[in-house]
Design a protein around this ligand. Structure first.
Ligand SMILES: Cc1cc2nc3c(=O)[nH]c(=O)nc-3n(C[C@H](O)[C@H](O)[C@H](O)COP(=O)(O)OP(=O)(O)OC[C@H]3O[C@@H](n4cnc5c(N)ncnc54)[C@H](O)[C@@H]3O)c2cc1C
Length: 342
């Protein structure tokens, strides 16, 4: 599967040479906006390189952003946001985590997932798995073909799946079976969860083909502590490490409301409580969603090529819902359920 939810970071830097400000307290060479994994990665790298003249302004009362692991029971935890490490080769998160034996060696196969429809009827594993596997192969094994396709991912898979079934006498009866529609709909929803889209008929097939999947296990699982470990790794907070103390550089509960770069030699960053910070450079790590809803953030507005990119990139919503049951009612061999809505 192509997981497209890696660190999506829109970084805009507004550069300059000198600083002019009356309040030297709020003056620094660099202002990082956002203390999610991108902001923390930037800050810790700068400290490691000996650069200390920066501050981080974070709107929330915690660091991590969309990496948000909360304690559960005992030593268990829940990842409200990022959960899996997608890919091993060339993945800095995997490399750091492996070095400290924080991730599991074995890759989950999810072969024990049970397919059930909304009338509580277990699906025909042979038929449905076959159809799902076909769709998976259509997406993951035909990049060249997909790169030439100008339509949506949903249309691409539908065209290909129909053609494959039509060309195979032993499978063509699937086309008129309710299984076809249910499986196709389920797979579309699964793809939406992977791509962060609301409909795979809005996702570009070409865009999915261009996405580079890192080699190795695509759903590496943390042994314990969840994805929040990544923040500990960056901040060197694991046993035996000398922690990086961001100290007064990190300012929480500071939502940035305005970035005034009309004088590029003196960028003024204003927070919701009216405090003004000045910097020679600003590193913005807020999400695409924030950039889309806050066109007023920049004074003067961003150049049109940046605005076009922000407006042109679309995304839907991705939600996780945690259910707690009083006891385990499912058989041991069942690793999970995939729900098909009839
Ligand atoms: C439900 C969900 C599941 C996910 N699952 C995975 C997964 O399994 N594996 C994976 O690799 N990735 C996953 N991701 C994606 C991953 O979480 C993100 O790509 C990553 O955390 C983004 O980090 P970031 O620092 O770039 O942005 P963010 O985490 O969004 O950090 C931006 C920070 O900026 C702050 N901010 C915003 N506006 C302002 C402002 N005006 N002033 C000051 N601060 C501001 C925010 O509060 C936030 O702390 C998932 C995401 C979600 C939502």
């Amino acid at each position: 599967m192509k997981f497209q939810l890696f660190f999506l970071t829109i970084i805009i830097s507004v550069g300059v040479n000198s600083v002019r400000c009356s309040d030297s307290q709020n003056k620094s060479k660099l202002i990082i906006i956002g203390a999610g994994s991108s902001g923390i990665a930037a800050a810790t790298k700068l400290v490691a390189e000996g650069f200390e003249d920066f501050i981080i302004l974070e709107a929330e009362n915690r660091i991590g952003g969309r990496v948000h692991t909360i304690p559960y029971e005992g030593d268990a935890s829940i990842d409200m946001g990022a959960q899996w490490v997608h890919g091993q080769e060339g993945n800095p998160v995997f490399q750091m985590a492996k070095e400290h034996q924080l991730v599991k060696e074995e890759c989950p196969s999810y072969s024990g997932i049970m397919l059930v429809n909304s009338s509580r009827v277990p699906m025909d594993k042979d038929v449905d798995h076959k159809l799902l596997k076909m769709m998976d192969e259509i997406i993951n094994e035909h990049d060249e073909d997909m790169l030439k396709y100008n339509g949506s991912l949903g249309d691409y898979v539908l065209d290909k799946l129909r053609a494959t079934l039509n060309n195979n006498a032993s499978l063509s009866h699937y086309l008129s079976s309710p299984r076809f529609e249910e499986s196709f709909e389920f797979f579309g929803k699964f793809e939406n969860s992977v791509d962060g889209s609301d409909s795979w008929f809005q996702t570009s097939a070409k865009g999915v083909a261009k996405y580079d999947l890192l080699k190795g296990c695509n759903v590496v699982v943390w042994k314990k502590g969840g994805y929040g470990n990544v923040l500990k790794l960056l901040l060197k907070q694991l046993p035996g490490q000398t922690p990086i103390d961001l100290g007064k550089k990190l300012i929480l509960n500071k939502e940035v409301n305005k970035i005034n770069w009309s004088d590029p030699s003196n960028i003024l960053v204003e927070s919701a409580d009216g405090t003004i910070y000045t910097g020679e450079k600003v590193l913005i790590t807020v999400s695409l969603g924030v950039l889309k809803t806050r066109p007023d953030l920049f004074v003067p507005p961003l150049p049109s090529w940046k605005k076009d990119a922000i407006e042109g990139l679309f995304f839907g919503s991705d939600a996780k819902i945690f259910l707690r049951f009083p006891h385990k009612w499912w058989p041991d061999e069942v690793e999970g359920f995939s729900l098909f809505w009839t």
